[in-house]
Design a protein around this ligand. Sequence first.
Ligand code: HEM
Length: 171
Amino acid sequence: MDETMIILRLVHIFSGSFWVGTDLLMMLVIVPAVAALGPTGGAFMQGMQKHTRYAQLMPLASLLTILSGLWLYTRVSDGFNRDWMESTAGLTLTIGAIAGLLAFFDGMLLIGPTMKRLDVAQHNLMASNPHPRPELVAEVQRLKARSTFAMQSTTVLSVISLAGMAIARYM
Ligand code: HEM
């Protein structure tokens, strides 16, 4: 029995499915509902950030997926063995791993900071009611568009990663 592999796989698959599952739920269900609800939707997003652990759980899940993934990769590839990496299975898994790493950096460098700035801008906008300043309205719209783009791109990348992982061994 290989205990290290068992633990690594448990951590990797649980955290990875939480990460991709939450990304898909956000993109396909929550973000469209928030957009349709207008100001109430903005208040819901703020409440979600403030009263749940979403902002901590997503970076944690993606970090665990990446770290366990890198460790698994060094073991499965027998220390980056070239023949394995050039095999169809190795290439498929490598493409999935690269997509997962890009999704991680997208989330860390784009989504997190944009969500924080959006939170502040929305707070300022609400405080300026009933006469919202046009530059604040424009700022909120710009940040909303940026966060939607960042979420869409990280979701696509994490789905590509999951697909690569799921089929690699049968290639
Ligand atoms: C969105 C991100 C990711 C998800 C959802 C994910 C999901 C999965 C799943 C479900 C498996 C099991 C596949 C199977 O047993 O047939 C797996 C295996 C694997 N993953 Fe990932 N993964 C992600 C990112 C990564 C990254 C970034 C790396 C490496 C840098 C990586 C490396 C590996 C390796 C090496 C295996 C094979 C383990 C083995 O054969 O025992 N994964 N992954």
